[in-house]
Design a protein around this ligand. Structure first.
Ligand code: SAM
Ligand code: SF4
Length: 446
């Protein structure tokens, strides 16, 4: 009797942003359709794929560390190693010439070629040949519209509505690694949202590197998110990551007033100084940014605002850094991601501006901003003490299985004792807040 051939097993590791997590799900779905199986255990995998991020230096270093770990594994048995995503796109020369370990490189627009790249690499390995499979062309059209990623059951599902970015902020590698901006058709997105809701997901988060630039025919982002918030079963709709330049009144109104669109806007400012904003090519001034903050708050003062900041960008002086520090004091965001500037290959900044702020000064600036933001976040969160908030239950709290956690519609984490306040993931509950820290609100029984 003939035994069935055992299909090769793939292990996939994901680095970086939510878009990469989403792309890994796409890759998984695409390869499963071709008969591959996936394993969580890299020790028994025949193929290891690393879906990489090139946005900041630390993500990049992590990938190189993982690659050197794989060297030892590859010496012990046949193994195909593939690097996917932004690093594959951006560092193709480096990874092909300096990393003999890597068999496959596939950029974010080339995932459809993975089945053929993998089978070629496996065949070459069986025949004892050296091969390098390369697919790194960027596309103006690829949106993977026909592939609905298999999602791990849960409360929140992500939907990528657009890919790429045309903004060319001088520090950012995204336009080079993910290519030109393109949006999916609204019909496909709405259909996917319907399927997601039918599977029991309660919240959808619309995803894109520059999500509010979404445009397809007459549909802009405000139109799209409002339509999605109406899909039966969708309790909450969110979005990330937006650019401050694309907030027409229709979108501000949708966020401010639609009951199922979450009252949270992540509004990356990057800097509070006009010269630095100009060098970054952010297309707004500090004043314009602050006017936008005022417009948002005048429509709905309760909207939670968060931001991204880069400290130590090329030639940033102490006085210019102080403008950023004061921006945090003035806006009083609920939270902020604060990054140390790291020069990325191929970007405008890497070509035009020396990365001349000393590492120590960059770290001092990051520390100062983190400390300031921690104080502001704590004060902001304490404003909720005594309030009763609507919370979407996600599951167990990270720190203790005795506690449950969920999110307010402003995306703030709330935790409570599971025995005193029983709940199920996916439920919308009301919680009375009795204490708060910089990152968490604590609830107790009413
Ligand atoms: N599209 C969003 C926007 O316009 O702000 C940002 C997307 S970017 C993928 C995420 C964040 O990474 C940025 O907001 C920025 O703060 C940070 N970032 C990007 N490039 C960086 C670099 N070279 N060094 C440090 N941080 C960087
Ligand atoms: Fe990068 Fe965002 Fe600027 Fe696009 S808008 S280049 S993703 S920082």
């Amino acid at each position: 009797m003939k035994t069935k051939p055992v299909p090769p097993q793939i292990h996939i590791e994901t680095f970086g942003c939510q878009m990469n997590e989403y792309d890994s799900e796409l890759v998984r779905t695409l390869l499963k359709r071709k008969g591959y199986v996936f394993t969580e255990d890299r020790e028994c995998a025949d193929i290891i794929l690393m879906n990489t991020c090139a946005i900041r230096e630390n993500a990049h270093t992590k990938v190189y560390t993982h690659l050197s770990d794989l060297k030892a594994l590859k010496k012990t048995r046949p193994l195909v190693v593939g690097v996917l995503g932004c690093m594959a796109q951006n560092l193709k020369e480096d990874l092909t010439n300096k990393e003999p370990l890597v068999d496959i490189l596939a950029g974010p627009d080339s995932y459809r070629q993975l089945p053929i790249l993998i089978s070629n690499a496996m065949r070459a390995q069986q025949q004892g040949e050296k091969s390098k499979g390369l697919a790194v062309d960027l596309s103006e059209y690829e949106t993977y519209d026909d592939i609905v990623p298999e999602r791990v059951p849960g409360v929140n599902a992500w939907i990528a509505v657009m890919r790429g970015c045309d903004n060319f902020c001088s520090f950012c590698v995204v336009p080079y690694t993910r290519g030109r901006e393109r949006s999916r058709d609204p019909e496909g997105i709405i259909e996917e949202a319907g399927q997601i809701a039918a599977q029991g997901f309660k919240q959808i988060t619309l995803l894109g590197q520059n999500v509010n630039s979404y445009r397809s025919g007459d549909w802009d982002f405000a139109h799209l998110i409002t339509a999605l918030a109406k899909v039966p079963g969708v309790e909450r709709a969110r979005f990330t990551l937006p650019h401050p330049k694309d907030f027409p009144t229709s979108l501000l109104e949708a966020v401010a007033f639609h009951p199922r669109i979450c009252k949270h806007i992540h509004l990356p400012s990057q800097s509070g100084n006009d010269r630095i904003l100009g060098m970054m090519n952010r297309t707004y001034t500090r004043r314009e940014y602050l006017l936008l903050v005022d417009r948002i708050r005048s429509m709905n003062p309760d909207i939670v605002l968060t931001t991204d900041i880069i400290a130590g960008f090329c030639s940033e002086t102490d006085a210019e850094f102080s403008d950023t520090y004061r921006l945090l004091e003035e806006v009083r965001y609920h939270s902020a991601f604060i990054f140390l500037y790291s020069e990325r290959t191929n970007t405008i900044a890497a070509r035009k501006f020396p990365d001349d702020v000393p590492a120590q000064i960059k770290s001092q600036r990051v520390t100062a901003l983190v400390e300031l933001q921690r104080r502001i976040s704590t004060e902001r969160n304490r404003e909720y003490v005594g309030a009763t908030l609507s919370v979407l239950v996600e599951g167990d709290a990270k720190k203790s299985p005795l506690q449950a956690m969920g999110k307010t519609d402003g995306n703030i984490t709330v935790v409570w004792n599971k025995t005193a306040l029983p709940s199920q993931p996916g439920q919308l509950v009301t919680r009375e807040i009795y204490d708060a820290s910089a990152s968490t609100l604590y609830a107790r029984a009413l």
